[in-house]
Ligand binder design. Structure first.
Ligand code: MN
Ligand code: MN
Length: 407
């Protein structure tokens, strides 16, 4: 059954639903989905979480091609604890939330205008994509070179492991961004904070280190007061450049959306890795846009796992994990998706607006293998010996070599 007729069946089965669910439906005008299709399943008399069922149509009524057991490959930032501080908030999706994600963790952070993510460093490398507003970011590298830049929507930054840095929201309304770390165990609550260290060094040692009096550092606030704290919006970028300092030889920022996209019939792709953002040694990324009716074609990645973040629109991803195992997950803005290494997958726009998402890889380079391209570049007789297609279908493979194909 195709997707359209599956959704029609969902509508037709709405009549046999729970009273409470019917009330919810009357309020929202939505159809009550039931875990059934002709000859299979049955209604759900409840208890049930109708809003979640409505968000996950491909879990509730999986395509009949889904089979076997797969780990969970979806987690929403909306299911994460939010840590609120005086300058903004933060929440994270790590291996603790999404168990399969051993290699990558993500953080979603909001800094109000002037709000500062305290000067800090950590063991993992940090890659970032600006989702809203703008920020001033600062860092130094181990050669003592200085970095200060302003980043806006669609810009990236990358701080190698151990490199100390800060982020501050600019006017008029600060910023919101996604951080991606090259370690699934990363914990945003467990970073090396400037104030935390100073509070745990004897004052006479601080005095000796900085050549100041014993009481000079008594003014430093408790670490619980910093981390993400309110501060005045800084002046122009030029005023924050350090006089006489050597700028970093390799920039820690990159304008991803300024890249000319690869255009396809139903979308665009921008790829950023060490080939065009040399500092980003451990994270490669693709920003993908799929128009309504379009699809990110069947493919897999020959180098590593894929960690996704959905920025806007609605989509579903079908994954194939060999031995007949396949499962389908639904996504919307703020969701994280995951594809284990070498697992085949596609992502289909199931909404009425552009689907836009990020693919991140713990790798210095981006790579994928397209099923279409593989079959197009394999001797046709050999393909025919496997698939027994009609010759017209076979000829169609040779035309399609783009990463996003029309639906
Ligand atoms: Mn950081
Ligand atoms: Mn992929």
């Amino acid at each position: 059954m195709d997707d359209m007729s599956r959704r029609t069946v969902l509508a037709a089965t709405a009549a046999g639903s729970l009273f409470a669910a019917t009330r919810a439906s009357a309020a929202t005008g939505d159809t009550i989905p039931q875990p059934q299709r002709p000859g299979h399943g049955g209604t759900d008399p409840g208890p049930r979480n109708l809003m979640r069922d409505q968000q996950n149509p491909d879990l509730l009524v999986p395509p009949s091609t889904d089979h076997g057991t797969l780990p969970n490959l979806r987690y929403s930032f909306s299911d994460s604890h939010v840590r609120q501080e005086s300058g903004g908030w933060t929440r994270q999706v790590t291996v603790r939330e999404l168990g399969v994600s051993k290699g990558i963790a993500g953080v979603n952070m909001r800094l109000n205008a002037g709000g500062v993510r305290e000067l800090h460093w950590h063991k993992a490398a940090e890659w970032a994509y600006m989702l809203y507003g703008s920020a001033r970011i600062t860092a130094i590298n181990p050669d003592g070179q200085s970095f200060v830049d302003d980043v806006g929507v669609g810009d990236l930054w990358y701080f190698p492991s151990g490199v100390p840095h800060s982020i501050q929201g600019l006017g008029p309304d600060g910023c919101e961004f996604l951080l991606v770390f090259d370690d699934g165990e990363f914990d945003e609550d467990n970073t090396f904070l400037l104030s935390d260290w100073l509070k745990h060094v004897p004052e006479e040692v601080l005095a000796k280190n900085f050549g100041v009096s014993d009481t000079a550092f008594n003014t430093v606030p408790d670490p619980s007061k910093l981390y993400i704290f309110a501060a005045p919006v800084p002046g122009a970028l030029a005023s924050d450049k350090i006089a006489g300092a050597t700028p970093v030889s390799q920039s820690f920022s990159h304008r991803m959306t300024a890249q000319e996209p690869i255009k396809t019939k139903s979308g665009t792709v921008r790829i950023t890795d060490t080939s065009n953002f040399p500092a980003s040694k451990t994270i490669a990324a693709a920003l993908v846009e799929v128009e309504p009716g379009g699809m990110r074609e069947l493919h897999w990645h020959p180098n590593t796992d894929e960690w996704q973040y959905y920025i806007e629109g609605q989509g579903r991803m079908g994954v194939f994990a060999a031995s007949g195992q396949a499962r389908t997950f639904d996504f919307m803005a703020g969701d994280v998706g995951y594809v284990p290494f070498a697992t085949g997958h596609y992502i289909e726009n199931t909404g009425k607006t552009t689907l836009r998402f990020l693919e991140m890889f713990k790798s210095s380079y981006y790579a994928d293998v397209s099923l279409n391209q593989w079959l197009a570049l394999t001797p046709p007789e050999l393909v025919q010996a496997h698939l027994k297609l009609d010759p017209q279908t076979l000829a169609a493979f040779r035309k399609s070599k783009s990463p996003v194909v029309p639906g």
